[in-house]
Each structure stands twice: as C-alpha cells, then as structure tokens.
Write a protein that binds this ligand. Structure first.
Ligand SMILES: Cc1cc2nc3c(=O)[nH]c(=O)nc-3n(C[C@H](O)[C@H](O)[C@H](O)COP(=O)(O)OP(=O)(O)OC[C@H]3O[C@@H](n4cnc5c(N)ncnc54)[C@H](O)[C@@H]3O)c2cc1C
Ligand SMILES: *[C@@H]1O[C@H](CO)[C@@H](O)[C@H](O)[C@H]1NC(C)=O
Ligand SMILES: *[C@@H]1O[C@H](CO)[C@@H](O)[C@H](O)[C@H]1NC(C)=O
Ligand SMILES: *[C@@H]1O[C@H](CO)[C@@H](O)[C@H](O)[C@H]1NC(C)=O
Ligand SMILES: *[C@@H]1O[C@H](CO)[C@@H](O)[C@H](O)[C@H]1NC(C)=O
Ligand SMILES: *[C@@H]1O[C@H](CO)[C@@H](O)[C@H](O)[C@H]1NC(C)=O
Length: 578
C-alpha cells in the first residue's frame, strides 16, 4: 500500500457555509440583485431571448438530486447518486452544482425523504454552457442589464462558495476544453520554450496525460478534477512540483479574458499588464472572465517519491502521546531544508498518527540522503522511520497513482480553515511547540490537520512579478484544518462544527502562527480580516485593479478582492453594503 486509508483532504472540498453567518444588513432594494419571484426578475421572454443569443445553450438548472424526490424519484438512479454524493465527481460536471455541502444549501440532497421538497435553493438559476467568447459577452451583458447576480462555475470545487449564488446566472466553463501544446513559445515574457494553451474548463486529469504523451508536465494540484485554468492557478496554485517550479501562477505567460464591459483582451507582462499581474495569484472570479491561459510546461521525467507513518503506539513513545507530539514538532522543524532541495511534502496529523502521505522529489535525487537529517532527528526520539520509496517515470504516473487513488477514496465535503506558516517560525523551537499544541487542540476538538510543505520561491522559476500572496515566498507550510460534513447529522449540528472551527480551533492556530496568513483557495470562508490574511500587502493594488476593470462589482465572489462592498442578507440576496 502506497498510502493509508486515513489520508484525507486530498480532494475533498471544504465545508463552508453560506447559511449561518452573514449578519443581516439593512439593504436598499435598488442596491440589491434580483431574485426569482421579484417583479424585476427577467421574464421568460427575456430568458428565451438570451437563449437565442447564446445559440440555445442556456440551461434552466435543476438540482441533480431531484431524482431522489417526487415527482421525479428514481430508486436506482437515486441510490447511485447517494453512494457518490460525497465525492467530487458527482458535482464537477454539472452546470450549477458545487461540491461543498454548506454551499449546496441543503435544498435538494439525496439523504432527505422522497417527498421532502427539492428546490434549486442557493445554486444558480440559469447556466450558460459556454463555448465561445460571444457566450461570455452575452452572459455578462444580460446580468448587468437585468441586475441578475453572475457567478462563474468551472468545477465547483471552491471551498469558500465562490462558484455559486442564489438567483444567479452561471457562466459554466466546463466545455471550454481546448488544449494546445506549443513547442516553442515566444511572447511578451522573458521565457521561451514549451507551453500549453488551456481553455477555461480544462481539468488536470484531461491535460496531464496529454502532456505526458508529449514529454512535458505542468504545475498541478493534488486533485485531478480541479480546473487548471480556473480558481487554482488564479489563486496561486501549489502542487507536487512547487518546490521545483514555483507556484502555478508563476508559470502563466498569458491570460485571454473577457472584461465585464465585454472587451476580449489578452493580458501579458506587457499588454494589460495590471490585469496579468492581478490574475496571476490575486484570486479568480474577480477581475475578468478567463477564456484561456497559456502556461509553461516543463520537461517530463522521473520523480522520486517517499512516504512514512509515525504512530503514538510506536514502542519509542511507550504509550506517551506527549512524546509523540514532541516528535511531530521535530518533524515539522526539519522540513525546511527538504523543501529547499525540491521536495514537496504532504502530511496529515491525527491525535496519534503522523501520516507523511507523499514526499515528491526531483528525479535523480538521493532520497535517503536528503531525508537523512529528518530520519536522524526522529531517531533522537527513539523512532526508527521505515520509508517507502518509489521512482515514478513521469509526473502523471505519480499523480494518478498517489493522489488519484486518494481522491477516489475520500469524501469531498469538508469544513475548512487554512494557515500559511512562515519558514522562520519552523526555525524557532518554542514556536514549533506552540504550533503543535494548537494543531493538537484542533484535532482533539474533532478536526484533522493536513499540511503541504513547499518552497514557494524556488530559484528555478524566473518569475514575472505577480499577485501571489507574498507570504508564499517566505512560508513553508500550507495547512488545512478540516472535518468532513456529516449527512447523518442535522444541518444545525453541522453548522455547529463550522462555528467551532471559526470560534475555537482557528483562533488558537492563528495565535500560534504569528506572521502567518492563509491561502485564499484553502481557507475558512469566515476568516477574520481576510483581506490581509488572503492577499497581504497586495490588497490595495489588487483593489485598484478591481475598481478599474469592474467598478460595479459585477463579478462578486465571497472573499474576493472588493467583495466587502457586498453581502448576502438572510435570504441570500446579494446587496451592496451601504
Ligand atoms: C479536494 C481539493 C483539493 C485541492 N487541492 C489543491 C492543491 O493541491 N493545490 C491548490 O493550490 N489548491 C487546491 N485546492 C483548492 C483549489 O485550488 C480551489 O478549490 C479552486 O478554487 C478550484 O478552482 P476551480 O476552477 O476548479 O473551481 P470553481 O469552484 O468552479 O471555481 C473557483 C473560483 O474560480 C472562479 N473561476 C473559475 N473559472 C473561472 C474563469 N474562467 N474566469 C474567472 N473566474 C473563474 C470561480 O468563479 C470561483 O470563484 C483543492 C481543493 C479541493 C476541494
Ligand atoms: C434553450 O434553447 C434550447 C434549444 O432550443 C432548449 O433545448 C433549451 O431548453 C432552452 N433553454 C431554456 C432555459 O429555455
Ligand atoms: C431510473 O434510473 C436508471 C438508472 O439511471 C435508468 O436506467 C432508468 O431508465 C430510470 N428510470 C426511469 C423511469 O426514468
Ligand atoms: C454543453 O455543450 C457541449 C458542447 O459544447 C455539449 O456537448 C454538451 O452536451 C452540453 N451540455 C449540456 C448539459 O447542455
Ligand atoms: C520564538 O517563538 C516564541 C513563541 O512564538 C516567541 O516568543 C519568540 O520571540 C521567538 N523567538 C525568536 C528569536 O523569534
Ligand atoms: C527556498 O529555497 C531557496 C534556495 O533555493 C532559499 O534561498 C529560500 O530561502 C527558500 N525559501 C523558503 C521560504 O523556504
């Protein structure tokens, strides 16, 4: 077995919820988006006009779980859906579904009674099956003319509910699936070499095998059904190759976009350079609608890989869980030098186990000697680490074997919080202990901790300036603090888990990681002071670019730059905050 069954958080979504936390505001109706049922909601004639404009590609959305309810109940189909509901695959390919249960909104799920109501709830009401720039322009224009909320739905993986919204028109990008390999890219960047142009809807499992066949690989996250061009890269994007090539956003050469005024632009380090800068790390769904991106590819080849597990019942600890946690601290303190040599390390910590699920290293590296400082530091605790090592011939071979199996085996709906931990903190023994205590406390209150360790300022990457959170350049760990959504519990009990995360677990972790922040794609939607946590010193410049390209806030997404101007009221109606 390459990996443990306990491994989680590989492809799960984070459970974040729209439902509870937004305070009611006093809203002026005119500053609010329309909802179905409003007098101002577009007429059926308006919608059919839009449908004509987009060549019949407009979909009136219907929840996929409607097959579990009357009048469309189908026992076989429902029981199939029920069995896969908590996997990402059930939701990724649909025009309006999202993976996170909180943002699904509990309005139509397979687990309620057959005659329980099934409504579209807070999912998009209509979705354009986008196939062209013209479709995007038509959607943007309609949403603005009719004051309808607009969302962009690619895979629906987003953990902060950014790809859905009540009463919205969705631009569904899934079928924008162009993949064009470029043998010798020359453009506005200093880089020349191999590249690939990817349509907005391409997911990793579509492009990585094609790249492998061409002898190239590209930056990719751990989950093969995440979009390559959507939220992942625009938010920064980390993965098994980060310590070699930098963040995914660092590899981007060009963005092809439609701005909210309908202009079809290319953004490069020289053309529309402010937009290029913001789109590369400053968060998706904010500045423009992406049509395609052109990004670097790298020569494919072997990668070394290792994993190991350390448990509290190891004889070395003699049943002493404190001693186990002390060794966990030693592990975390020794990660820095490993990532500097190109390793990316993904590990999960439970109350009594450290599961070092994946250590990805450059091909040709001497795994045992690179890991020797770590194994000998753990040896000082009396622990004898038993490494599993393998060489994979290509990146996709590693990815599909290690992460593909984990994705298939784990649930997707999660509650999540996130923390970027500075390298300097891991070099301070007192601080490492305090961080470990905060993790342990979160774990004891029912959460799991899963961290990815990278060097996000790898020298191999001659980076164009971009809006990747500056903390990625000085941090080592990106940690997810999560728990799975539990459909056997009531909605309110699940919301209570979210409240514990926000009000108890995360504040302790934040307090124990001074100088840290959070990765905007792997975080709590209720993160306090998110502007600083998610964007750091880039926020002001990003805000000015947002105001330049989208002054009316047509592109709203929770915790996106400029989103503080908007909030949902108790009925999930999106309104400007006065
Ligand atoms: C199980 C799991 C594993 C993950 N693993 C990693 C990982 O290893 N590394 C990592 O860095 N991140 C990881 N993530 C986080 C991931 O990067 C984000 O969830 C990301 O937002 C997904 O982007 P998407 O386009 O696939 O999803 P969506 O939910 O469809 O979109 C996400 C956001 O991007 C916007 N967007 C999408 N397409 C466009 C477009 N064409 N133009 C403009 N805006 C657009 C949407 O409006 C939304 O705001 C993981 C997430 C999950 C759930
Ligand atoms: C849009 O037109 C197509 C083709 O005529 C039709 O199949 C589809 O149902 C229409 N969509 C809506 C929302 O009416
Ligand atoms: C019910 O679902 C099954 C499986 O998807 C399908 O084969 C069957 O045709 C459906 N039955 C009806 C009556 O729609
Ligand atoms: C969306 O459009 C694609 C073609 O671009 C088509 O193959 C697919 O069936 C459409 N999907 C839906 C749900 O309408
Ligand atoms: C080490 O961390 C502790 C706890 O966070 C802090 O009080 C101390 O100032 C740090 N020491 C250094 C040298 O930064
Ligand atoms: C990343 O590695 C480089 C050496 O390649 C080193 O100079 C830098 O300090 C490292 N940064 C972090 C945050 O680990």
């Amino acid at each position: 077995m390459l990996f443990s069954k306990r491994i989680v958080a590989i492809c799960p979504l984070i459970g974040v919820g729209l439902a509870s936390p937004l305070a009611d505001h006093v809203f002026g109706r005119s500053l609010c988006k329309v909802l179905p049922g409003d007098a101002a909601w577009p007429s059926s004639g308006d919608w059919s006009q839009l449908n004509k404009t987009v060549g019949g590609r407009l979909i009136a959305t219907s929840p996929i779980a409607s097959i579990c309810h009357n009048p469309t109940y189908n026992e076989t189909a429902c029981s199939n859906l029920e069995s896969i509901w908590q996997s990402s695959a059930a939701h990724v390919y649909s025009p309006a579904e999202v993976i996170d249960p909180l943002f699904q909104g509990n309005s139509c799920i397979p687990f309620t009674a057959i005659d329980a109501p099934c409504t579209v709830g807070i999912l998009a009401s209509y979705s354009i099956n986008v196939s062209s720039v013209a479709d995007i322009q038509a959607g943007l224009k309609f949403a603005q003319n009719k004051n309808v909320r607009l969302v962009i739905k690619n895979t629906g993986h987003d953990l902060l509910g950014k790809s859905t919204g009540k009463g919205s028109l969705a631009l569904w990008t899934h079928n924008m699936n162009q993949v064009e390999f470029i043998g010798s890219y020359k453009g506005d960047s200093a880089y020349t070499g191999t590249a690939v142009k990817l349509g907005a809807g391409v997911i990793f499992k579509d492009v990585l095998p094609l790249g492998q066949a061409k002898g190239v690989r590209l930056m990719a996250g751990s989950c093969a059904t995440v979009g390559a061009t959507g939220g992942y890269t625009a938010g920064g994007g980390h993965g098994g190759l980060t310590s070699q090539y930098g963040m995914a956003a660092d590899s981007v050469l060009e963005w092809e976009v439609v701005t909210v005024d309908g202009k079809h632009l290319t953004a490069t380090p020289k053309r529309n350079a402010d937009l290029y800068w913001a789109l590369s790390g400053g968060g998706a769904g904010t500045y423009a609608v992406v049509v395609s991106m052109t990004t670097r590819t790298y020569k494919d080849g072997p990668l070394n890989w290792a994993s190991f597990t350390m448990t509290a019942d190891d004889a070395a600890f003699n049943g002493d869980v404190d001693a186990f946690w002390s060794a966990v601290g030693t592990f975390q303190a020794n990660i820095g030098p490993l990532v500097d040599q190109g390793a990316v390390i993904t590990y999960d910590i439970t109350e009594t186990e450290l599961i070092v699920f994946s250590i990805t290293m450059p091909g040709g590296s001497d795994v045992t000697s690179i890991l020797e400082p770590l194994t000998s530091a753990l040896g000082a605790h009396g622990v004898s680490i038993s490494l599993t090592t393998t060489t994979f011939p290509t990146f996709w071979a590693l990815h599909s074997t290690v992460f593909g199996a984990a994705e298939a085996a784990t649930h997707s709906g999660q509650f999540s919080g996130g923390r970027l931990v500075p390298r300097s903190l891991l070099e301070n023994a007192t601080a490492v202990t305090a961080l470990g205590q905060s993790f342990r406390s979160a774990i004891e209150s029912g959460f799991q901790v899963s961290c990815t360790a990278v060097n996000g300022s790898s020298k191999a990457q001659p980076a164009e300036a971009n809006a990747v959170h500056p903390l990625w350049r000085t941090s080592t760990l990106s940690c997810l603090i999560f728990e799975f959504w539990d459909f056997t519990k009531s909605w309110d009990d699940n919301l209570a888990t979210q409240a514990t995360l926000t009000n108890d677990a995360m504040p302790k972790i934040i307090a124990a990681s001074p100088g840290g922040g959070a990765y905007l794609n792997e975080a709590n939607f209720e993160e306090p002071n998110w502007q600083n946590s998610f964007y750091g010193s880039n926020y002001a410049r990003l805000k000015s670019i947002k105001d330049k390209y989208d002054p009316q806030g047509v592109l709203y997404a929770r915790t996106a730059v400029g989103s503080e101007k908007w909030a949902e009221d108790g009925t999930h109606r999106l309104c400007q905050v006065q």
